[in-house]
Ligand binder design. Sequence first.
Ligand code: FES
Length: 338
Amino acid sequence: MHNTAAIVFRDGTTRFVKVDKNELLMDAAQRHGVNLPVDCREGVCGTCRCLRESGDVDVEYIDEEALTEEEIGEGHVLACQTRLRSSQASFYFDIDSNVCSVATEVHDGTVSAVEQVSDAAAILEVTLDDPAQALPYLPGQYARLEVPGTDEWRAYSFATSAVKEGRLRFLIRLLPSGVMSDYLRDRCTPGDAISLEAPLGAFYLREIQRPLLMVAGGTGLSAFLGMLEQLAEKGECAQPIRLCYGVTQEQDLSELARLDALTEALPDFAFDTIVMNPSEAWRGKQGVVCDLFDLDFLAQPFDAYLCGPPPMIEASKHWLEAREVGEHRVFFEKFVSS
Ligand code: FES
């Protein structure tokens, strides 16, 4: 019987390690080839400090020289003194993965389906070649895919909560011209070999203790599809969730049926859409995604998750800073389509 710990590094590299009952996080990581910084192993020096971001733990001893009361209150723990008490937990280490001799993991896969889901987006489904191969990730994280027939790699968020029957899905923006866009439109065929490096990124759900504002720009929606699916599957999220989804043209709106299904599957989830440059036929909302933010909803403490192009992220952050909204944390993932 074991639990699973996600160890996330500052550079976004993540490793999942199995932690035996009563095993220390430090020991489990070393057993998996993740050499976390260590010195005293006694809870005194603070070298192995990290931030518990989700899950329950027991911490044996923390010397006052290792962590302050304030740091402990924020959720910092010591890997050499920490045991898991829940089946899953995640820990953030504010160091780069290469410090811990963590090698990049590249997986071999095969294109199993490709579907254009809007004028500007496609769903790419990849099946891992080795069915026994584990590729755990935290919804919201991303993979780098090698564009078949090229030496180019591009990054895309996972669009599902986990690998299911060996399959992964990605919601990918189709540009008028771009190495992945051209491949998907012109050459992509089920059976194509495709490599992926994963999991990457520090954009994932932290412990949910208050309402969530999710802000998606374009195919930034992909990350939220994975997060929301995970919450629906777990059935544990009683907090209200509001997703604001903005696109450039109405043809860019994707996966609305899936979002509708999630409103049924989650106890208090709602989403709204807005289009920046719609056609004359558009009868929905016109504007930028911040125009969807609801001051009444944001009057309470909340966590904000933003995923989309850099201008959208910056505009959302500025909007929240400039208004009298509740106390909040902001997590974001910027991406540039290419
Ligand atoms: Fe010194 Fe953990 S190694 S506190």
